[in-house]
Structures are given as C-alpha cells and as structure tokens.
Ligand binder design. Sequence first.
Ligand code: NAD
Length: 444
Amino acid sequence: MKLTVVGTGYVGLVSGVCFAELGHEVTGVDKLSDKIDTLNKGEVPIYEPDLHSLMVRNQERGRLRFTTDLRQAVQGADVVIIAVGTPSLPNGEANLSYIQSAAEEIGQALERYTVIVTKSTVPVGTNARVAGWVREHTDVPFDVASVPEFLREGSAVKDTMNPDRIVIGTNSTAAAELLDQLHRPLTGKIIHTDINSAEMIKYASNAFLATKISFINEIANICEKVGANVEEVAIGMGLDQRIGSSFLKAGIGYGGSCFPKDTQALIQIAGNVEYDFKLLQSVVEVNRLQRRNVIDKLHASLGGLRGRTIGIWGLSFKPGTDDVRDAPAFEIIQWLLQEGALVRVYDPIAQNNFRRTFSQLDVVAVRWCDDQWEAADDCDALCLLTEWETFVQADLSRMESIMRGKVLVDGRNAYRIEDVAATQLQYYSVGRAVQGQLNVIAAQ
Ligand code: NAD
C-alpha cells in the first residue's frame, strides 16, 4: 500500500519505518524542515533502539522517504496516518490544534478515495471532528478511522512489530477491511470497534496503567512505615493472574509524554460530561507526591539542603529513551535548587535533550557532568532517578569512596539490599524500609 504518515515524532517515525519494513511504500511528512533534512540524511533525531538500521535499510530500498510537502505526499496515498502531537492545554484538556491543521491540510490535498487514520491519542469524538475538518475542504470521498498507538518508548520498534493487540475503530466496512489487511501481518489480535470506543480504549488503558503505578507506590509508602518489602509484596500480588506482575514496580512515579497528559485529559473528558473521575484524580495526586519523596528522604538524612551538593543519576523519564517530557528529574532538580542545593547531573543519553528542553536550569548551581562518577564525586547525597544499566551496574564501593556524604537515594529500587548492606552507604529506596534503614540505623 501507499501510506503517508503526518508527523515524524516518536510515533509517526517508528510506525512509518515499520510499515516500510513490512513492504509498504511510506512517505513521512513533518512541518519541521530541520527534522526532515536530518531524516533524509539517514540520521534519526531521537534515541530509540533498533530504529536507525531499520530506517536506513528501507530508505536504501526506496520504500521510505521524508518530505515537508504534505500535499504531494497525500495525493496518491491509500492510507494517511495522523501522528501529530496532542499536548495538554493548561486546563489538562488535549490540544487538538495540530490535529485540526493536519486534517484541514489533508482535506485540501485529497484527490481520490483515501482512508484517514488517527494514531494520535485523542478525546472521544475527535475522529468525527477530523471528518468534519477534512470535509470542509474537499468533495472527494474518504473514511476516517481511529487506530490508537500503544508503543512504549525505549522498545518502540519491538512493540510496533509485535503488538499485544491492534484496535481499529471505524464505521466504514471498506476502511475496516483495508486497515485489517494493513495490520494483519503484525498480529492476529485485531479488535474492530466503533470510533468512540477505540478512542476511549487508549485513554482507559493508559489511565489503568497509571493507576497500577500509583497503587503500588502507595503500598510502597505504607511498607516503609510497617516494615514490609514492596518488591516481595509485588511478586506475591503479581502471581495472581487476575492482577499480573507488570506495572507493579514502586519508584518515583510515572512521567513522560503520555501518562501525565492522558490521565489529565481523561479527567477533563469525564468532567465535560459532568462525571467526576475521583479515582483518576487521586492517581494523579499520588504521582505528584511520589516525586516529592526524594526530597523528603534527603531532608530525613541531611536536614537542610542549603549549600549541600546533590548528585543526580538519570534525567529521562525512563531508561531506553532520550524523551524528557514531564520527566520527574526536572521537578526534583527544581526543588533542590529552590532549597539552595548545588546539583551535579548526568544522563548517558538524554543529557543534551534535557539541557536544551529545560534551558532555565542553565544556572551556576547546576553542573552538567561528563560521566556518572563526576556527578557522584564529592556529593553529600546521590539520587538515582532513571535506572539506566550503567547506574544499576555501578560499583558501590567506588560510589562510597568518592562521595563526601554517604547518602544514596535510590528512586527506582535499582540496587540489591544485600549489596548496599556491604557498604557504609545510608541507603533510602522505595518501600523497602526494613533493610533500607539498616545502614541509617547503624550510622546513628
Ligand atoms: P512528537 O511531538 O514526538 O511528534 C509529533 C510530530 O508531528 C512533530 O515532529 C511535529 O513537528 C509534527 N507535526 C505537528 N503538526 C504537523 C502538521 N500539521 N504536519 C506535519 N507534521 C506535524 O509526538 P509523539 O510522541 O510521536 O506523539 C504523537 C501522538 O501519539 C500523541 O498524540 C501521543 O499522545 C501519541 N502517543 C505517543 C506515544 C509515545 O510513546 N510517544 C505512544 C502512544 C501514543
């Protein structure tokens, strides 16, 4: 098939590359000419494992090209996929302005029957609006469909090639058949629904995963007080097939470009129909407070933070990606600076992106380090915020010997209690109080 993907970000680029790999002829369109130049040079503007080689291979095969010319890219396409951003508005609602302008431009360009697919995460009712925005600009026949995206950054290629399921929401039999044919090589688990349900499946899935994270984080906070170990609790819970073991890892809460904005958007979607989504509001609140636990643990161990040097290991919202959108690290560093701490930061992949995105942090109190040991050197406390492998495998005795203080705040439960217990580090992890307090107690 001839496919055009509008938006070459994390979702659009990965989808386009994977569809080209399946043998389709794909054109990726973006408004950002710098991004298109980079892609046309065979370079990938984001960090995503396996993406570069797959992209270059399909460019060389002539199946994948990139352009800023939406009109030309849409003419002749069988399927046009919208994968532009839907960031939050100040009230939490999804900003649909990128969707609207993409839909209008597609409408102006259509020359023959085309299936227009929305892959972006959009509130219920948006595809109907997309149809309206396209219709304002054309008399050519078209159908719309919602095919929400479930990939995870850091394993986006693998997830796209091996999805748990594909959801196709459309009211048109012709579009349903075409999209079934397009996705069938990826999985047998294709669910056909009406458009509204497809749109809701995406939000409900992300809200449920966020709920699991906030739930286990609250259990972890209680574990710290009652002397239980949240990791053992999570294993014991997860073996129950009705619960499942995924998304039961306690830590400093979720971040990234999806869960924070999608939970807020669903609260708004509910609010717009006068439904007060109390459970999800609590999930969001718990997540906000969980980040604050890092600061509370620093206070518990160091007292005031003014003039203290705090090392930060990890800036991206999770390992395997350079995406720093709504990364907990930003808020935590801001709080540290507000309290007068000096901060040394290091991330193996996301550092440049973080520094560019949060340029307001380019202040004397922040030192951007060249490696993890420079960030740990002479610190009063070290905080692990992203569990990159290089941090997880770090030599704890080296850490202990180069730090001035001995406080290690592990926001991701990256270290084994037994390994830390063999050092003099004062170790604070999440929900593992009994063992975690050993060295703190010993030091008192
Ligand atoms: P992104 O910000 O990385 O990429 C969006 C791209 O669209 C940008 O490059 C932008 O320049 C381009 N764009 C905007 N308007 C355009 C237009 N009119 N014409 C051409 N290009 C245009 O966003 P993303 O992370 O890829 O997310 C896209 C959508 O997918 C969002 O709705 C998001 O919620 C959803 N989603 C994201 C993920 C993820 O992990 N990132 C996963 C599932 C779903």
